[in-house]
Design a protein around this ligand. Sequence first.
Ligand SMILES: C[S@@+](CC[C@H](N)C(=O)[O-])C[C@H]1O[C@@H](n2cnc3c(N)ncnc32)[C@H](O)[C@@H]1O
Length: 317
Amino acid sequence: MGRRLKFLNRGKNGHYTEKSGLSVSFTNCYDNAVRADAYSRLEFANTYYLAFRDLPALFRRHVTGTSALDFGCGTGRSTRFTRQFGFETIGIDIAPEMIAKARELDPHGDYHLTKGGDFSGLSSHAFDLVLCMFPFDNIAGFAVKLGLFCQLASLLRNSGKLVNVVSSPEIYLHEWASFSTKDFPENRNAKSEDIVRIITTDFADRTPAVDVLCTDDSYRQLYSQAGLAVVAMHKPLANGDEPYRWVSETKIAPWVIYVLERSNGRRRALHECEHRVRVRCARRCRHPCQCGLFWRDQAGGLGSRLFKAYRGEMPQM
Ligand SMILES: C[S@@+](CC[C@H](N)C(=O)[O-])C[C@H]1O[C@@H](n2cnc3c(N)ncnc32)[C@H](O)[C@@H]1O
């Protein structure tokens, strides 16, 4: 428990190869019927209340337009939530059981099962809002996360915002109205990319969620490398006058909400390319993120300025 896992290659069925060559398995703990059923009963109470409470104000302040993608929609709670605020939202998720529940609860909703990292059915530059409500808590591997952020960024309109709601590292260290971590003292030694465990006490299924720790520093590195700039970061605390029996929530924020936008194309291209100066003209990116981006060497020579093109199109500079 608490063993540091260095995921290098992602294989089928969530198997990863460690540096040592040892194969370890990391499965999406939401990909089963019991968890999907339990999750579908969660609403907006207790600790979860704080994850949703401030989103409408953040949407009003930062998002213009109504087309939205809910990446990691689960059983549709976050998708339905955005629709209450006028968004026309498509929900996508990697777990068939979660999508099945979402469709059962909301037959008129627009839910799609996706393969990890396959966004081929979605148009690029089409969304005013990409909401990620907790999927990154369960995605292992810096390179995998980077590839996803690159692709999600490419789905945003120029003025679009990506709102990433994640568990704060502190959630794995304390007790909460909705969660318990006291059985997992090894969480204390966890670093970014290590496994952490947490039990949801809001539902009967006491199987711990197996998450992957990602610190604020790591998220900021990912954003920067994916060409995303942090517009706002918010850590919601309870006021104490809510109708819930708070445990740590008035003093420690259980969640972190990042509002992100695509950063300036020129700066992004140069920054991302720092380690890619040997890439020849229009070669497909071989960076471990496997984001599928193309790189173009403007002058055709090594070490000259590099520009990024996505699927053959030059980005806006
Ligand atoms: C904790 S649930 C949150 C569900 C929903 N957003 C909500 O707030 O109720 C996280 C979801 O992310 C999904 N997920 C994890 N990795 C994913 C990936 N690579 N692509 C799409 N969905 C993913 C899981 O299957 C799970 O349903």
